[in-house]
Design a protein around this ligand. Sequence first.
Ligand code: IMP
Length: 173
Amino acid sequence: MIEAGAIERRVAELAAEIDRDYAGSEGLVVIGVLKGAVFFVTELTKRMTVPLTIDFFQTSSYGSGTSAGEVRIKRDIDLSVRGRDVLLVEDIVDTGWTLRTILDLFRFRGARSVRLCALLDKHEAREVDVPIDYCGFRIGREFVVGYGLDFSERYRNLPYIAVVEFPDEEQSS
Ligand code: IMP
C-alpha cells in the first residue's frame, strides 16, 4: 500500500515539522506506544534535532478489539512527564480509544502539553475523537502490516505497509 521510500520521505517531513514546532523547547519527551511504534519512533527521532528523551508505553485491551474503558497499561513509562512537553507516537489510530486513554493519562499526570503523532490514520474507523497533530498517511479500513504493524506478531519488519487480505471476508461480502 505504501512503499518504503514514500514512508521515509514522509517521516523526514514530519520530523522537520515537529522540530520547527518545538524549537526552543527545554526538552521534549517522546513516548512511543509498543510494539508497533518502535520503527516509527526510531526513524522519526533520528531525524530530529530538538533536545529530547525517549520512553515507551505499552497497552493491551481486553478481548479482541479496543473499546471504551478497556485499555490496560501493560508497561508504564520510566520518565516523569510533570511540566514537560510530551509527544505521543503511535503506529496507527483505529477506533481512537488507545490514544484517547493515554492522552488523558499524561494530562492527568501534569504534562505541560501533549501532542499526538501517528504514522497511519484509519479515520473512518474512529469511535472517539482524538486530535492527531502530526499524521503520516490517511488510509481506509483495511487491515495493514509492516513498518512495526503486525498480524499475530508477524510482518512487523517489512519496510513498507501492506494490506492483509482475508479470503473468508471476500467470500462473504
Ligand atoms: P485503537 O485503540 O482502536 O485506535 O487501536 C490502535 C491499535 O490497534 C494500534 O496501536 C494497533 O496495535 C492496532 N491496530 C489497529 N488497526 C490495525 C491494523 O490495520 N494493523 C495492525 N494493527 C492495527
